[in-house]
Design a protein around this ligand. Structure first.
Ligand SMILES: Cc1cc2nc3c(=O)[nH]c(=O)nc-3n(C[C@H](O)[C@H](O)[C@H](O)COP(=O)(O)OP(=O)(O)OC[C@H]3O[C@@H](n4cnc5c(N)ncnc54)[C@H](O)[C@@H]3O)c2cc1C
Length: 399
C-alpha cells in the first residue's frame, strides 16, 4: 500500500492516469516521452498490466491472472510500438472442444467434420453438408442466427449454444451477432483459433513488458493499490485519463451498466503427478495435462466453460504445469467487470454516459471499460496511440 504524506495543498501534476492496463500505460508513456508531461498512473489493484497481468505461480509456471490473453494483431503500428519493449514468442493458438465424451477439433473445420462422420472426407463433401443443413438467413440479427446460418442446428447446439448460455447467462438469440460471429468457421483443415496475421506472446510475459515501458518513461510515476477517489485527495491535474468503468466514473447517474464476470480455479501438477495420472496419453506429450492450450466445455451440465493450460502457448521449459478452470459469474459475485454485455438495452444506457463523457473537456475516456466495449489488447493499444496523436497531444499544445 502507498503511504501518503498529508499535504495541506494538493500536488499539481500534468496528468493523472487511472488504470495501469494497456490503455493507461500506453497513454502515459506517450504523454511523458512524446509530450514531456509528468504523469501519475494509479491502479486500485496491487499490480501492473490490468487484465493482461501474468505471474510465475508456486509451481514455477508463468500463468495469466485474469484468463488467457492471446496476443494477436493485424496492425503494424501496434506491433512496432510494442516491439520497442519486448521480443516475441510466436504461437499457433490451438484449442479443442470437449463434448459428448470426446475432444473435437475446434473452431469447426474439416477435421471436426471427419470426427463427426468417423471417416476421412473432403472439403467439397463438408461444404455440401453445410449447404444442406444451414438455414438461409441473409442478415443474421443475433448470435444464434449467425451460427445456424453457417453450420446448421446440430453443430450450433454441440459447440455454441451451451457455451454461450453459460458465459453470458443469456440465450444466443438475445446476444449481438458479433459475440459468436467472432469465431471462425472453415471448410479446410485450418484449425487456428484466431485469424490475425501476427500471433505471439511477449517472450517474458505481459507484466515484464509493462515494467519495461515504465523503465523507459522516467516522467511516469506509478501508485498501485490506489483508487481515483484516494488520488483526488492528493493531486490536482490538467488532464485526467480514465480507463475504468464509465458508469462508476459518473456514479451510475444513468443507471448501472451490466457486466459479466468470471471465477478462476487453478491447479498445478508436478511431472510425477502428471505421470501418475497417465496424463501423457491424454495430452499427447509429457509435461502437459490436456491436449491443447484451451479446451472448451460447452455442455450445459458442466459449470465451467473452459480449461486453459497456458504453458502450451508460452513454451516455458518447466516440468510442472498449471491449469485454470473458468466459471462464468455475475458481476455482483466478484466485483470484477470483465465483459460488457452487448445487448440493445445496455447500448442505450452507454449512449447516455457517452454524451456525459463528451461534455467533460479535461477528461479522456479510454480503453475497454471506459468505452463499454469488448476490445482485444491490440485494439486498445491502437486506440491509445491514435487518441494521443489526434486529441491529447493537440489539446496540450493549445494550452
Ligand atoms: C477473461 C478475459 C480474457 C481476455 N482475453 C484476451 C485475449 O486473449 N486477447 C486479447 O487481445 N484480449 C483479451 N482480453 C481483453 C483484454 O483484457 C483487454 O483488451 C485489455 O485488458 C484492455 O486494457 P484496458 O487498459 O482498457 O483495461 P484493463 O486491462 O481492464 O485495465 C483497467 C485498469 O483500471 C483499473 N481501474 C478501474 N477503475 C479504477 C479506479 N476507479 N481507480 C483506480 N484504478 C481503476 C483496473 O483495476 C484495471 O487494472 C481478455 C479480457 C478478459 C476479461
Amino acid at each position: 500500500m502507498i503511504e501518503w504524506i498529508e499535504l495541506s495543498v494538493k500536488e499539481h501534476i500534468d496528468c493523472l492516469v487511472v488504470g495501469a492496463g494497456f490503455a493507461g500505460v500506453v497513454m502515459a508513456e506517450r504523454l511523458a516521452n512524446a509530450s514531456g508531461k509528468r504523469c501519475v498512473v494509479i491502479d486500485q489493484r496491487e499490480h501492473l498490466a490490468g487484465n493482461a497481468h501474468d505471474f510465475v505461480d508456486d509451481a514455477g509456471v508463468l500463468v495469466h491472472s485474469y484468463g488467457p490473453h492471446y496476443f494477436r494483431t493485424n496492425s503494424g503500428m501496434v506491433r512496432d510500438y510494442l516491439s520497442r519493449f519486448t521480443t516475441w514468442h510466436p504461437v499457433d493458438y490451438q484449442i479443442k472442444s470437449y463434448a459428448d465424451g470426446q475432444f473435437w477439433s475446434f473452431p469447426i473445420n474439416l477435421n471436426t467434420y471427419e470426427e463427426m462422420v468417423g471417416r476421412p472426407s473432403t472439403e467439397e463433401e463438408f461444404k455440401s453438408y453445410l449447404e444442406s443443413v444451414r438455414l438461409p438467413i441473409a442478415e443474421p440479427a443475433n448470435s444464434e442466427e449467425v451460427i445456424i446460418s453457417q453450420v446448421g442446428k446440430e453443430l450450433y447446439e454441440r459447440f455454441f449454444e451451451g457455451y454461450t448460455l453459460k458465459q453470458w447467462k443469456r440465450h444466443p438469440k438475445e446476444l449481438d451477432a458479433s459475440v459468436c460471429g467472432r469465431i471462425p468457421i472453415r471448410t479446410n483443415r485450418d484449425d487456428r483459433y484466431l485469424r490475425e496475421e501476427f500471433q505471439a506472446l511477449p517472450t517474458d510475459g505481459y507484466t515484464k513488458l509493462f515494467e519495461r515501458i515504465l523503465d523507459e518513461s522516467p516522467r511516469v510515476q506509478v501508485k498501485l493499490g490506489t483508487s481515483l477517489a484516494e488520488a483526488s485527495k492528493h493531486y490536482s491535474w490538467d488532464l485526467l485519463v480514465f480507463t475504468g468503468a464509465i458508469d462508476q466514473y459518473f456514479d451510475e447517474r444513468c443507471g448501472p451498466l451490466p457486466y459479466r464476470s468470471l471465477k478462476f480455479e487453478r491447479e498445478s501438477y508436478s511431472a510425477e503427478q502428471l505421470q501418475q495420472q497417465g496424463r501423457e496419453k491424454i495430452a499427447g506429450k509429457p509435461g502437459f495435462w490436456q491436449p491443447a492450450m484451451q479446451v472448451n466445455y460447452p455442455g450445459k451440465d458442466i459449470e465451467f466453460t473452459r480449461i486453459v493450460e497456458i504453458k502450451h502457448a508460452t513454451g516455458q521449459a518447466v516440468s510442472a504445469t498449471s491449469i485454470s478452470r473458468e466459471f462464468p459469474a455475475g458481476f455482483e459475485e466478484t466485483n470484477e467487470p470483465y465483459y460488457p454485455v452487448p445487448t440493445p438495452e445496455s447500448a442505450a444506457i452507454y449512449r447516455r454516459y457517452k454524451m456525459l463523457a463528451e461534455a467533460e473537456t479535461s477528461t479522456v475516456f479510454l480503453g475497454r471499460l471506459a468505452t463499454y466495449r469488448y476490445y482485444n489488447m491490440d485494439q486498445v493499444v491502437a486506440m491509445a496511440l491514435k487518441k494521443f496523436d489526434l486529441q491529447v497531444q493537440g489539446g496540450f499544445d493549445r494550452r
